[in-house]
Design a protein around this ligand. Structure first.
Ligand code: SF4
Length: 442
């Protein structure tokens, strides 16, 4: 079974630079998926290049051809297989698509994956716009999509609940639709606006652009994008990811204070949370954990083996900074607890006197069926456990999490999904959750 969490890009280029822009944007979306990457473009028909690994390993730019239209994808798989067959974009010769999300009801339509399901719905419709309408009607869950057609059209669509980000911008005279604005801005582009939930952006072969709200629904944006997944320098639906993270830390300090000598973040995404904690608590911040340049995010590696091998050489410790100290160790989230357990031990082995863990999100207790690879409840460290029990399991002096209400107030949006924390799934249709779990189980 395939669940996805990915980064996507679509480019319409006035001067045939679409493929190269898509390639550069993908590199800047690398944090959203490191297992495979792919690009489709038009060169007398739809051509697709894809491969395993980071963008620069997966796609040799020497093979990229000039084109006025291109889409691209970076992926981390949650299947445990992580094969090239699962890499996107997926093309049927007439259209090629790349998507970010999970469609939990795809299996009811007789396809093997949600990507295939989208391709099937689009292929069976009279034109691409009708296909998107049909999709919005029958699909559930999270799906930000970019599509190119052999007729030279580019389409971007964000699901009606807007679970995943999608933004429209321009680099020079070229339209770019991408998962995060930071990638477009870093390439010197400007942001036109976020694609609205339920909105389709359509660019015809001449570069005429139009938009249409296809479906509307109460919005349910993924809170985890702000907590961990998106880049700190992104702004999603008007909310700065960096500022949201700082506020998570400030509220963590306000509501979950502990007397300590230093605040130490687990790099990278926890750094702004630790900045907030330190600022509010007046406890000095020390960057005493150092992440090696080659380290990949352990949480997004698809198998336990791969995760553990990544953990082996992921962090170094500045012994001088922590020896004899009482430490507030800040992390953005704890999923299985492997990483945190190892870091707490690392701190103690290097002379820390006390290690208090403070987490910038609520307890993750339920799987996600909207695009992020959280394991089943049984594998989640916080499921059915008190903070005291979690502290004892990871070897910390204490552990405290934000509550859901505290998280919502820190991010400053009321329209957030919090299903992985609360077990309340904001889906369109109702499901037997144990059946969903068995469909999505690796
Ligand atoms: S369940 Fe959690 S990770 Fe999944 S979309 Fe909702 S907030 Fe995001």
């Amino acid at each position: 079974m395939i669940k996805e969490h990915c980064g996507i890009v679509g480019v319409w280029s006035k001067d045939n630079k679409a493929t190269f822009i898509a390639y550069e944007v993908l590199k800047l979306l690398q944090h959203r998926g490191q297992e495979s990457a792919g690009i489709s473009y038009i060169d007398g028909g739809i051509k697709t290049l894809k491969g395993m690994g980071l963008v620069e390993d997966a796609i040799d730019p020497i093979f990229l051809k000039s084109s006025n239209l291109s889409i691209g994808h970076v992926r981390y798989s949650t299947t445990g297989k992580g094969t090239i067959d699962e890499a996107q974009p997926l093309s049927n010769g007439k259209i090629s698509l790349a998507f970010n999300g999970t469609i939990p009801n795809y299996y009811k339509f007789g396809t093997n994956t949600d990507t295939e399901f989208i391709l099937k719905v689009l292929s069976e419709s009279e034109d691409i716009k009708a296909g998107i309408r049909k999709l919005a009607d029958i699909a559930d869950g999270a799906y930000s999509i970019v599509i190119l057609t052999s007729d030279g059209e580019l389409i971007g669509f964000r699901d009606p609940k807007g679970f995943r980000p999608l933004v429209l911008g321009k680099i020079g005279e070229n339209y770019v639709i991408a998962s995060e604005d930071s990638a477009i801005r870093q390439l010197g582009g400007s942001i036109i606006r976020d694609v609205k939930p339920g909105e389709m952006i359509y660019v015809d072969k001449n570069g005429n652009i139009e938009s249409e709200i296809i479906a509307s629904s109460p919005v349910s944006f993924c809170s985890f994008e702000y907590i961990y997944f998106a880049r700190s320098d992104s702004v999603i639906d008007g909310v700065s990811v960096y500022s949201a993270r700082v506020r998570l830390g400030e509220i963590l300090a306000e509501k979950h204070y502990v007397d300590a000598d230093i605040v130490v973040p687990v790099p990278e995404s926890s750094i702004p949370i630790a900045v907030g904690y330190s600022r509010k608590s007046k406890i000095p911040l020390e960057l005493a954990l150092v992440r090696s340049m080659i380290a990949k995010r352990s949480f997004i590696m698809p198998t336990q083996d791969k995760r553990e091998s990544v953990l082996e050489d992921k962090f170094g410790v500045v012994k001088d900074a922590i020896q004899g100290k009482r430490i507030v160790l800040i992390d953005d989230s704890i999923v299985r607890g492997n990483t945190m357990k190892r870091i707490v031990k690392l701190m103690r082995d290097n002379g820390a006197r006390q290690v208090h863990v403070r987490v910038g999100s609520p307890k993750i207790r339920y799987p996600c069926y909207m695009g992020i690879d959280f394991p089943t409840s049984r594998e989640l460290i916080a499921y059915g456990k008190t903070e005291k029990e979690i502290a004892s399991e990871i070897g910390a002096d204490s552990v405290e999490y934000l509550t859901i209400e505290e998280m919502i107030s820190a991010i400053g949006r009321k329209d957030l999904c919090h299903a992985c924390f609360s077990g309340v799934y904001p889906l369109k249709f109702s499901y037997d959750m144990s059946q969903l779990e068995s469909v999505f189980k690796r």
